[in-house]
Design a protein around this ligand. Structure first.
Ligand code: DP6
Length: 371
């Protein structure tokens, strides 16, 4: 497939106005995407667990617009107008306009809310942009609707194209957003051992996964709720000319191949090693870029050390991962839930801002609301 496959045929319907609502979750990468080429093409493949509780709900209302030269839209977060969100959405609209040629024909009202606090340090771009991409796909579906009832096979093809294009669009907004549409594991980026994997969109992990990974838990420890000093977008750019870039991209391919074996065998011991190494390598890339930067905080390291100690003492397989920030994602099997939650409450919560943490687990992806 190429990006040309996402340019639609001329629309057959005219629709004056309407609205669609989608809820889409966040995701946490196990093998990290860090470094990209032009047009949001990743330098290496990544894989993530889709989350369940951390999500964004977006209602997109649209009405026919006479002015067709500019994008016309307004954005609200929790019913409050958010003009500072507009530049990111304007950039997104520009990037996807060729694939959604109706964008300038409508005025859009985007009303969004997150289940997690906005100032939690949890990035809402993955959940937010995937929810918006899905709403836009619902508009397109309406514009393409024919009165002909599709066969079951056509319906399923249409449905998988809908998700694929939504993921393609979400990627153009924020790379990791393309991994939020489905569950429970999603791969983005071409990998020779993962059938159907693509640089253009996320695909559901296509192989059987061992029961050990069913309903895996992710407790997010909110170490620092402040705005990050360096955005992911800037961080990705620093992989250009990075002295370790080539090795890092090769390592990500190798780690994903190893993870494929681990996901099948259920080897939690091996899982922990790959996951933590990926997290630390991500931050090592930040520390060794020019300019260099550190997103971990003293409490991030306190938590990591306590996890290592607990793991050794309790003979546990709990592990951590990090995204581009100071917060720690504590990952563990459902069978360890009670013990690890006790450990978090007693030992780790004190290292979080206001003792705040969010309990989440693997989820099944986005869903449309109220239709
Ligand atoms: C460290 O997807 O936020 O979380 O494509 O520039 O929007 P943009 O970046 P973004 O980068 C996410 C980086 C990461 C790793 C990951 O999720 O794979």
């Amino acid at each position: 497939m190429t990006d040309q496959d996402f340019i639609p045929k001329p629309y057959i319907n005219t629709v004056k106005s309407g609205s669609f609502t989608w809820a889409s979750p966040s995701n946490i990468a196990l093998v990290k995407y860090w470094g990209k080429k032009e047009h949001q093409i990743p330098e290496n493949p990544s894989i993530s667990f889709t989350l369940d509780n951390c999500k964004t709900t977006t209602k997109l209302s649209f009405s026919k617009n006479e002015n067709t030269n500019n994008f016309s839209f307004e954005v609200f977060l929790d019913d409050e107008k958010k003009d500072d969100f507009k530049p990111k959405i304007e950039t997104f609209f520009k990037r996807v306009e060729a694939y959604l040629p109706f964008l300038k024909d409508y005025h859009f009202k985007i009303e969004t809310s997150n289940t997690f606090p906005h100032s939690s340090g949890i990035a809402s771009s993955a959940s937010g942009l995937s929810a918006l991409a899905l709403c836009l796909m619902s508009v397109e579906k309406e514009l393409m609707n024919t009165s002909v009832i599709p066969s079951a096979v056509e319906e399923s093809q249409n449905q998988s194209f809908f998700i694929q294009k939504a993921s393609f669009l979400a990627r153009l907004g924020s790379g990791s957003a393309c991994r939020s549409l489905e569950g429970d594991l999603v791969v983005w980026g071409k990998h020779e051992k993962i059938e159907g994997s693509s640089d253009l969109f996320g695909v559901k992990y296509p192989y059987e996964v061992h029961d050990n990974f069913k309903n895996y838990q992710d407790t997010i420890l909110l170490v620092d709720k402040g705005e990050k000093q360096v955005s992911s977008t800037v961080g990705h750019k620093l992989m250009f000319g990075h002295p370790f870039a080539k090795e890092r991209f090769t390592q990500a391919h190798d780690n994903l191949a190893k993870l494929k074996t681990i996901l099948a065998s259920g080897d939690l011991n091996a899982f922990v090693k790959i996951i933590e190494s990926e997290a630390l390598t991500l931050h090592a890339m930040m520390m060794t870029s020019m300019p260099y930067f550190i997103l971990m905080k003293p409490n991030t390291l306190e938590i990591i050390n306590k996890i290592w100690k607990y793991r050794a003492e309790a003979n546990s397989n709990v592990c951590f991962t990090l995204d581009a920030g100071a917060n720690v994602h504590v990952l563990y099997a459902e069978s360890e839930k009670e013990a690890v939650l006790d450990f978090i409450r007693n030992e780790l919560a004190k290292h979080c801002q206001n003792e705040h943490y969010i309990c989440d687990h693997i989820g099944l992806g986005a869903n449309q609301i109220g239709f």
